[in-house]
Design a protein around this ligand. Structure first.
Ligand code: ZN
Length: 234
């Protein structure tokens, strides 16, 4: 279809089926996608990628547990706010474009600060196969993909798998944690991550326990360095 015709067609579709901002539910205008311009300006950005690691408040969650090179979250989680609505759309309404758009935007910001050369591979924290089958997708995948695209770094959802659904690392000592992670996550193909600098991606960072367990598994399999990045930090 010629481009002019394609635009007319998409404007026509827009009239018939207006799209809504997943952060505020207002109708999007042509040129906007998934999130309106106003919400994009108003989102609670953490900007932690601009801080020195020792001044990054999120990094503390991993101190004494596992070495993490960079600890980033794009947004602060706010209950009953824009970020919660975006995460809800991503996680429960099947709107994977939410993750992709946010990943793209954050990837561009990271790139502007020369941080795109800090990684060899982007790896999402996997869901257990059963849970993934129930939901139909892993909500971390689209954010990982969006980030990887704009950083120009390959991504893979095949190297790390989850063998057990839930486990709390919080009350375990360090040796217990190391022993325990062995049966939560597994690296399927250790050769593919050997000596690689991995950017580990998830949707929300709370205590950091899941990211910690994934990172430990990646280190045990021989990667060089792990950094973490999530859509939001609670
Ligand atoms: Zn909006």
């Amino acid at each position: 279809m010629p481009i002019g015709l394609k635009n007319i067609f998409s404007d026509f579709l827009h009239l018939l089926f207006p799209e809504y901002c997943y952060a505020c539910e207002r109708t999007l205008v042509p040129g906007e996608r998934i999130i309106c311009t106003y919400c994009r300006l108003k989102l609670p950005y953490t900007q932690v990628h601009l801080l020195a690691p020792e001044h990054n408040p999120l990094a503390i969650r991993f101190y004494g547990k596992v070495p993490i090179k960079y600890t980033w979250a794009y947004l602060y989680f706010n209950r009953a706010g824009r970020v919660q609505r975006l995460l809800h759309a991503l996680k429960y309404k099947g709107i994977q474009e939410v993750g992709e758009v946010l990943g793209n935007w954050y990837g561009h910001s990271l790139r502007e600060h020369g941080l795109d050369s800090a990684f060899d591979m982007v790896v999402p924290v996997p869901l257990h196969t059963r849970k993934k089958r129930q939901r139909g997708y892993n909500q971390a995948d689209s954010f990982a993909k969006g980030l990887a695209q704009s950083l120009g770094v390959p991504w893979s959802d095949k190297v790390l798998i989850r063998t057990r659904n839930t486990s709390s690392q919080t009350h375990k000592s360090r040796p217990e944690r190391w022993a325990n992670v062995a049966d939560i996550f597994k690296v399927v193909d250790p050769i593919s991550i050997k000596t690689k600098r991995i950017l580990l991606v998830d949707d929300v960072m709370t205590t950091g326990a899941t990211l910690e367990a994934s990172a430990l598994t990646l280190y045990q399999a021989g990667c060089a360095e792990v950094s973490v990045c999530t859509i939001a930090a609670a």
